[in-house]
Structures are given as structure tokens and as C-alpha cells.
Design a protein around this ligand. Sequence first.
Ligand code: BV8
Length: 250
Amino acid sequence: MTVPDEILDVVRPARRITVLTGAGMSAESGIPTFRDAQTGLWTKVAPEDLATPQAWHRDPARVWAWYAWRTLAAGRCLPHAGHRALAQWALRDGIEMSVVTQNVDNLHERAGSLHVTHLHGSLFAHKCDTCGVAFDGELILPPEQVAELPPPPCRHCFGGRIRPDIVWFGEALDMDVFDSAVEAVRTAELLLVVGTSGIVYPAAGLPSMATQLGIPVVEINPHGSDLSDELDHAWEVTAAVGLPALLDAL
Ligand code: BV8
């Protein structure tokens, strides 16, 4: 895969690099993106209808079953060459790399990336929906998809239920987490935007913040996105193909 010269000209000089990733970064590892059709039991359900506090309060067993399945499925997937390329790039002399991800899987960490900010939380972290205490106990997840699964009770408060420590639609992001993401973008010499449709805010506002600060922004996305027109360089290539090719060309 040849890297376009205009991309290389922008990427080559950069030492402080921030990478904003979305669901497209995990697609070639086998995790469906939000825009792709859901699989199995969930084909008829839009994620936006399950990943909300309202869905949780309405039917916690259904939402917990969906996350249990997603956690199991994500754990069975492996990082791809694009995840590994980011981790290897970060180890090069003089490179400081921050990964800011919208994804709730742990593929960046499993590929070896050390500085990963999860804007929307993680499938592998849990907390009480009432007292908020982190849950660090053992979770028993069924080995296949189930339609309903009652969430475990909280051991610290009466009546609380264990939920994913994930930011749902309509929930505020952890401001410390978002502030660190803003800092990673604000201080970058280059922002790579990989595999995001740029629809969900406030994450989707980060690329235009970089552009307004005069920071070069390169998008890696085979189909383009809502952001493409406002970014300096859009390279229509997938994450697993484009990132290793970029690293090889540097
Ligand atoms: C907030 C965790 C305020 C869940 C996620 C009404 C009420 C309340 C809020 C709102 C509202 N209207 C709008 C909002 C704001 C809302 C929002 O932006 N909604 C959208 C739908 C318009 N945002 C929020 O609610 C946020 N909170 O605003 O709080 C507030 C303040 C104070 C007090 C209270 C409240 C919280 C948003 C976080 C939601 N949680 N994830 C879970 O995963 O279960 S968002 C989730 O969806 C992802 O994390 C991600 O952010 C988003 C999906 O987007 P992408 O990652 O981009 O994925 P997508 O499938 O869309 O696109 C994939 C892309 O990859 C495509 O472009 C494709 O071309 C590309 N691709 C495909 N294959 C590849 C590829 N690229 C590279 N390689 C490939 N192989």
C-alpha cells in the first residue's frame, strides 16, 4: 500500500502525535461498528436504544445481557496490525504518542499502547448504578448470547446493581478524562483520526479543535466521515492496512 505524499509530508515531522480512534479501528478485529448492523439477538436493536440510562432503568437484565455478550465477543477478538503499528510507532525515538479512543474494547492496550484514554469507558470496568463504587469482583458471563441476564447486586449499598462503567448516551463524560483528551489534542503536533464517523459529541469536536489550533489532522477511514470536509487530509484506507503502511514509510 503506497502512502500518499501529502500524508507523509504532514506525518513525517511530527513527534508529539495524538490518535483519536472510533469503532472503525476495531472493525478488522471483528468487532462490529455502531453503523454496522448488530449481530445475533441484537440485529433489530440500535445501540443508541440500549446504551442509555433509560434502557438500563427500564430493563437492566436486557442491557446487562447485551454488554455481557459484547464483553465476551470483544475478549475473543485480537488486536490487528493497525493496533500493533500504533504501539510500535510510540516506541520510536523521540515519539510521544497518546491514544484517545471512543471504543470500549481493550484492543489498544492488548497491542501494547501505553497511553490510552477511554473517553466512553470500558467493557472491562464496572461500577454500582447507585453508590458508584467500582466493582472488582468476579463476573460470571454466559458463553453465548442470552436475551436477559440479571445484573449482580452491589455489595456496598442496598439495592444497587452492577453496571458497565461506560458513558451512555445522555450521560456526561468524566470531566478529568475529557480534559486529558483535550490536553492530548491541544499539545499534539499531529492528530490522526482513525475509524470514526464523527457523529458523537463531545468526542467529535476534538478534530475541529485541533484544526482551529492549526494542528494538522489526518483522517484514516475507508468511507470518509462527517469530519472529512473539515480535515486537512483524508486517506481512504482501512486502519489495519493504512497504519502499518504509514509506519513502514516513515
Ligand atoms: C453528553 C459507549 C451531555 C456506549 C458511546 C440528546 C440528549 C443528550 C445528549 C445528546 C442528545 N443529542 C445529542 C447528544 C449528545 C450525544 C451525541 O453526540 N449523540 C449523537 C448520537 C448525536 N452525546 C452524548 O450523549 C454524550 N454525553 O453529551 O452528555 C451531558 C452533560 C452534562 C450532564 C449530562 C449530560 C455521551 C456520548 C457517549 C455515548 N457512548 N459509547 C457503548 O459503546 O455501549 S458512543 C459510541 O458511539 C462510541 O463510543 C462512539 O463514540 C460512537 C460511535 O461512533 P464511531 O466510533 O465513530 O463508530 P461508527 O460506527 O459511528 O463509525 C465507524 C467509522 O469507522 C465509520 O466512519 C466507518 O467508515 C469507519 N470504518 C469502518 N471500517 C473501518 C473504518 N475505519 C477504519 N478502518 C476500518 N476497517
